[in-house]
Design a protein around this ligand. Sequence first.
Ligand SMILES: N[C@H](CCC[C@H](N)C(=O)O)C(=O)O
Length: 283
Amino acid sequence: MVPFRKMHGLGNDFVVLDAREGSVLDARRADLPITPARAATIADRRRGIGCDQVIVMEPGGDGADVFMRIRNPDGSEAGACGNATRCIASLVAEEGGKDRVVVRTVAGDLPVERLPGNLWRADLGPARLGWREVPLAREADTLHLPIGAGPVSDPAACSMGNPHATFFVPELDALDLGAIGPALEHDPIFPQRANIGFVQVLGPEHIRLAVWERGAGLTLACGSGACAALVNAARRSLTGRRAAVSLPGGDLEIEWREDGHVLMTGPVSTAFTGAIDLEAYPA
Ligand SMILES: N[C@H](CCC[C@H](N)C(=O)O)C(=O)O
């Protein structure tokens, strides 16, 4: 049996598996790999445990406390997951009795620190603003992309280690995100698809955000999406460089630092722990 921990950040939920040295899933063992197919079944809310992302902890290597592998329910690997970054950081901080840890991802090393009141602040690294960094399929102004669907158009785009487009709308509740999300996620301008954020600006330090996530669909919260939304709002002078981002699952505090790095502060929760027979999940 393989132990797992069911965690979430503002309702953006994860199944966390441990493949570090000495764990049942020790990454050096080839017999129980978390393949894309296996991750997809684990994430399935009927055939598996169910979650927005499957997170596998692997050895961090020099300079990092842990490596975080991120898989969406469709099996695709992602370069960033803000809410899971806080969750994984809290686990390794607890293990090591530390208040500051480094979570390594394919997109870079992310320092995370514990704050009072079950809050964690993660540096999600620099916002990448160039069209090749998003990435886009062709040269375009990342502040005004020539795409749209239904009532929305003219998004801004950036990468937080994963691709994001941000649409600015007058009233979030007037949108049918399920109807327009898939077409935008798969727009040909995004060669790696994209996470699609919809923002209603409430003031210079407060925005509402809903995200249709790449490979996952509508989630209650998206940490990297909140970072991208704040950066894109600030680039358009709709907010300052720091704002509260209100998502369906709750609020994150986001700051786009003068050095380009984006800080995200928010809570961490564990819902339950359990164990699964991984052999029952097709590789
Ligand atoms: N669906 C995202 C990964 C998870 C991002 C989100 N859960 C977060 O908290 O940042 C992608 O494919 O880039």
